[in-house]
Design a protein around this ligand. Structure first.
Ligand code: A2P
Ligand code: MG
Length: 351
């Protein structure tokens, strides 16, 4: 199967999951959010989107492993809370699966058919692969930016195909991102995608048969770097906002940072809504997860940008479920990435 066909499949499954997430978002109540052992929140949308995407991917690629953020352990517990959550996941996924195939959606996914509870829970657990430098694997964050999802901000459904540890295909759906950035109150919901060597594109999620438009980062030079705008996490625990303010000062950037959750940051700078994305380590021990960066990294690279860590090293997706050989993430247009790295290393006192 060619990467172009794989792209159509990835866009279809991610867009379906984005529809599901949007429908949950409209009706989300606190009872549908649970807190995992590491204290991060997880919602019915996280489980449902992982189930839906893993199930559809397994129709198209029965032998491909999936590195997904969630597992179904908590849904398989014999408690009332677990059963309630599980039933809701099964209902939501089947509601989305039962919608017939629309024009433009990929063939061979058996859309229009509901599934048993066992199939849907097993699909979630297909995401427990440990990662590998060899062969093919999919990398899935069913709802990236769960905190953004809960606060009505940005969140993203994120999927990437990796071959021999390198990202070959990336698709990200952002249900809450304006289709046209110059109309923040206009329609929302955009799907982004990239194939290595073939560029980056976007399309409204709802237009399953619509054209994909090519996107690129703003061209920016050393001379215009002071006019750049940068984005960072809303959560100060995910990226040091004090360090980013000092880096901005070092680059003579005066615009306030744009704070948003999830890989929507990669998407928005890929289409020129902003110029730089800084993710600066807060804790020395945190290892970034591959599903938080795989599609975003390819999207930016295909839109003219460069993505490294604070040591100017490429992100290495071949070492398991985390980027254990990297610290932080620095994203900017190729023409200014070196200058941004210099400022980062000066402020953080690293080389
Ligand atoms: N200490 C941390 N440093 C960086 N990222 C983190 C940290 N803790 C959690 N994350 C991850 O940041 C991602 C969201 O990033 P952003 O702030 O850019 O929206 C989530 O996937 C979250 O993982 P998790 O879902 O396991 O909590
Ligand atoms: Mg995430």
């Amino acid at each position: 199967m060619s990467l172009v066909q794989e792209k159509q499949i990835a866009i279809t499954v991610v867009s379906r999951a984005a529809n599901l997430a949007q429908s949950v978002f409209k009706k989300l109540v606190n009872a549908e959010t649970v807190t995992k052992k590491d204290k991060s929140p997880v919602t019915v949308a996280d489980y449902s989107c992982q189930s839906l995407i893993s199930l559809l991917l397994s129709k198209a690629y029965p032998n491909d492993p999936i590195v997904g953020e969630e597992d179904a352990k908590d849904l398989r517990q014999p408690t009332d809370e677990s059963k309630q959550l599980k039933n809701r996941v099964v209902d939501l996924v089947n509601a989305e699966l039962s919608k017939p195939q629309a024009a433009g959606e990929a063939d061979d996914l058996e859309l229009g058919v509901t599934r048993s509870e066992t199939e849907l829970l097993d699909a979630i657990d297909r995401g427990t692969f440990e990662g590998s430098a060899k062969g093919r694997m999919w990398c899935l964050d069913p709802i990236d930016g769960t905190k953004g999802f809960l606060r009505g901000g940005q969140y993203a459904v994120c999927l990437a195909l990796l071959i021999e540890g390198k990202v070959e295909l990336g698709v990200i759906a952002c249900p809450n991102l304006p289709v046209d950035p110059s109309k923040p109150d206009g329609p929302r919901g955009v799907v982004f995608g990239a194939i290595k060597g073939q560029g980056a594109f976007q399309r409204p999620i709802s237009e399953t048969n619509g054209p994909l438009s090519k996107i690129s980062m703003n061209s920016i030079t050393k001379e215009s770097i002071a006019q750049a705008s940068f984005c960072e996490s809303v959560e100060s625990g995910h990226s040091s906002q004090g360090d980013s303010a000092n880096i901005a000062k070092e680059l003579n950037i005066t615009k306030e940072p744009v704070r948003m959750d999830s890989q929507a940051k990669y998407c928005s700078i890929s289409r020129g809504d902003g110029d730089i994305y800084l993710r600066l380590p807060v804790s020395a021990s945190y290892e970034e997860k591959i599903w938080d960066h795989a599609p975003g990294r390819l999207l930016v690279a295909e839109a003219g940008g460069k993505v490294t860590d604070i040591h100017n090293k490429d992100l290495d997706f071949s070492l398991g479920r985390t980027l254990k050989n990297n610290k932080g993430v620095i994203v900017a247009h190729e023409s200014i990435h070196g200058d941004v790295i210099k400022a980062v290393q000066k402020v953080l006192n690293v080389a």
